[in-house]
Design a protein around this ligand. Structure first.
Ligand code: ARG
Length: 438
């Protein structure tokens, strides 16, 4: 019989081509470290239940603890002809420690084993994503220290709207969303609180294995609440991929802002992150930001693929679930890469203040301020709104903008000549930011 997970009842050897196609080993070998950690905890549970002697437990534990290092150094090569990493580890254990390895899988199934492995892997992933977000937030803070006082155009419908401070844009377009994403990872942690070990294949075990012992050994808060749920649910992975997707969306949104600002030369990209053209010698393209934006499409696809995997499945474990890992790994790897590139990018672009002020002037971004000056002087809002709108047209017909208004123009509008100082783009941005304590 080619595999330890087969008996006479299973019906002989697997077709080699089917085995080669169906094995999860190429993907789940990444679980080797958490798989061994999980097995060490299981050994502890077996020992506490009197199902292993202290000596047997020691032999198994030491072998399992040594395996990831041996595989990493090339000293051990896992068998390729196994169905998955769990079988490959058990097969290796047989060659390494002999007979006692036959006791490892007592009271356990690959169903609770793989569910545990994935939870351990996702827990590490959550910590890495949190750390990745923290670096980006730190770089964003440093960007604000350098450029937060620059008045930049804000846009509605991609038309110049109102002047905003650079710090308001950076926080609003990127940092706050990422902080919310980071907080949402707390929900993933909650869904990772229980260890599936002890759920067995679907209904637990008759053996007296205390699930709270194995759970504690792996830093879970408790064992399974229900064995059917424990082997079949991947809610934590779905929530994790949702957070990855939302991080991708926030990064993409910010990237589009930078791409559009750079297109108008309102921000300058560092050569270290810019792309060139193989034909046009003058180009400095926002490739990094376009790639970041493209990644968000992949995150959405991975989330849908993971949720789609559950479509039509009943409760408990089904082999369909095997494909969850490839999807989860891709989403987490992609997210960590995106956060790393975002951290690089934030040190590599700066706003061009003169160009921003020129865009604000050209776009008559001061119009709403002027309107509100009239309101403060007693004009009903709609009347002020109409007056300023007409003024915008008159100025433009004269080849001018609202910032070109003179003290006399203000007096003609019913304002004081001294109020001209308020028609200042940077001041406008600063006053508005102050309203939000920014
Ligand atoms: N390779 C499988 C997976 O990743 C492990 C669980 C197999 N369980 C089973 N009953 N065939 O999901």
């Amino acid at each position: 019989m080619s595999s330890i997970a087969r008996t006479a009842a299973t019906g002989g050897d697997l077709d080699p081509d089917f085995l080669a196609w169906s094995t999860s080993l190429p993907v789940d070998r990444r679980l080797l470290e958490v798989d061994c950690r999980g097995s060490v905890a299981h050994v502890r549970g077996l020992e506490a239940a009197g199902l292993l002697t202290a000596d047997e437990a020691k032999i198994l534990r030491e072998a399992l603890e040594s395996l990831p290092g041996k595989v990493a150094s090339g000293e051990v090569k896992l068998r390729e002809d196994e169905e998955d990493v769990h079988m490959a580890v058990e097969a290796w254990l047989g060659t390494a420690v002999g007979e006692v390895s036959a006791k490892l899988h007592t009271g356990r199934s690959r169903n609770d084993q793989v569910a545990t492995d994935l939870k351990l892997w996702c827990r590490d992933a959550v910590a890495k994503i949190e750390a990745g977000i923290d670096v980006v937030l730190e770089r964003a803070k440093e960007w604000i220290e350098r450029h937060g006082d620059v008045a930049m155009p804000s846009y509605t419908h991609r038309q110049v709207a109102i002047p905003v401070m650079g710090r308001v844009w950076m926080e609003g377009a990127l940092s706050i969303g990422l902080r919310r994403d980071r907080a949402l990872l707390g929900a993933v942690r909650e869904e990772l609180a229980r260890s599936p070990l002890g759920a067995g294949a679907i209904g637990g075990t008759t053996l007296p294995i205390d699930t709270s012992v194995t759970a504690a050994a792996l830093d879970f808060q408790a064992g399974p609440e229900n064995p059917i749920d424990a082997v079949g649910e991947r809610d934590h992975a779905i929530t994790l991929l949702f957070v990855c997707t939302r991080i991708g969306m926030h990064v993409a949104r910010f990237s589009t802002d930078v791409i559009e600002l750079s297109s108008d030369a309102l921000v300058k990209l560092g050569g270290a992150i810019a792309g060139g053209s193989s034909m046009m010698p003058h180009k400095r393209n926002p490739d990094l930001f376009e790639l970041l934006r493209g990644q968000s499409a992949l995150r959405r696809g991975e989330l849908v693929a993971l949720m789609g995997t559950f479509h039509g499945l009943g409760s408990g474990y089904h082999r369909d679930l095997q494909q969850d890992k490839e999807i989860v790994f891709r989403a987490v790897d992609g997210t960590l890469d995106v956060l790393r590139m975002m951290a690089i990018a934030l040190a590599q672009f700066e706003p061009v203040e003169d160009a921003c002020l020129a865009a604000l002037a050209k776009g008559d971004a001061i119009a709403t301020d002027l309107c509100e000056m009239l309101v403060a002087a007693g004009t009903p809002f709609r009347d002020a709104y109409g007056k300023v709108g007409a003024l915008v047209v008159r100025q433009r017909e004269a080849g001018k903008r609202l910032v070109d208004l003179t003290a006399d123009d203000l007096v003609a509008l019913g304002l004081g000549a001294g109020e001209l100082a308020q028609l200042n783009l940077k001041e406008s941005a600063r006053r508005r930011a102050a309203r939000f304590g920014l």
